[in-house]
Design a protein around this ligand. Sequence first.
Ligand code: PEP
Length: 246
Amino acid sequence: MPKKLAAGNWKMNGLRQALDEVRALHDACPDARCDIVICPPATLIGPMVEVSNDMQIEVGGQDCHANTSGAHTGDISAPMLADSGASYVILGHSERRASYGETDAQVRAKTTSAWNADLTAIVCIGETLEQWEAGQTLDVVGRQLQGSTPDGATSETLVIAYEPVWAIGTGKTPTLEEIGAVHGFIRDALVKRFGEEGQAMRIVYGGSMNPKNASDIAGIPNVDGGLVGGASLKASDFCHIVKALD
Ligand code: PEP
């Protein structure tokens, strides 16, 4: 079974003072057995790497450009993230797909760029409420999975985050059975495409994961961790989730 991953997505939250939460997380869960990564805003990546230097906490970006450098005002490249000390990057988050019209092909190109910079890509896929209600979840997830991930993925370079869009930040989640069915479907698709590596790849769940539901979600077959937004901002909440994944 893959080692579980607790990934925090801070989104556009956090000034320098928020680094205290990283110290607090380390103090609260010093011996975590799962991998922990926090993806703060780009401004905090370097400072967070310094703070977490001797901790078991890795740092990631929330997006990267597909190119390594050039005339792309406001963007950040994968080598820049790596240069700042990041080791992961979230790609294709539904907020970026919705706000910036990111397509599967763009996410796939960004993933290749992330790999070239030795970053592990956390590629997000998931259906909207409309698609969920229309019973299209597996079609959407299958299409996004195929389109957003390059060939040659390994369990070291790729993490898949299943994030139903309607569950993000809403306090709603699918039932445990429903999460299990989608994760099982993703596992089968990964094994079909990547063979043994697909068996070892981590599939994490994201969408209103919190200290109360984390243990139940962590116990579902083929759930290898969580991508956590709101509940990753406070060390006390995130530590509960880390412990549930241990
Ligand atoms: C997310 O943004 O990836 C996420 C899962 O958010 P939340 O945990 O707040 O629903």
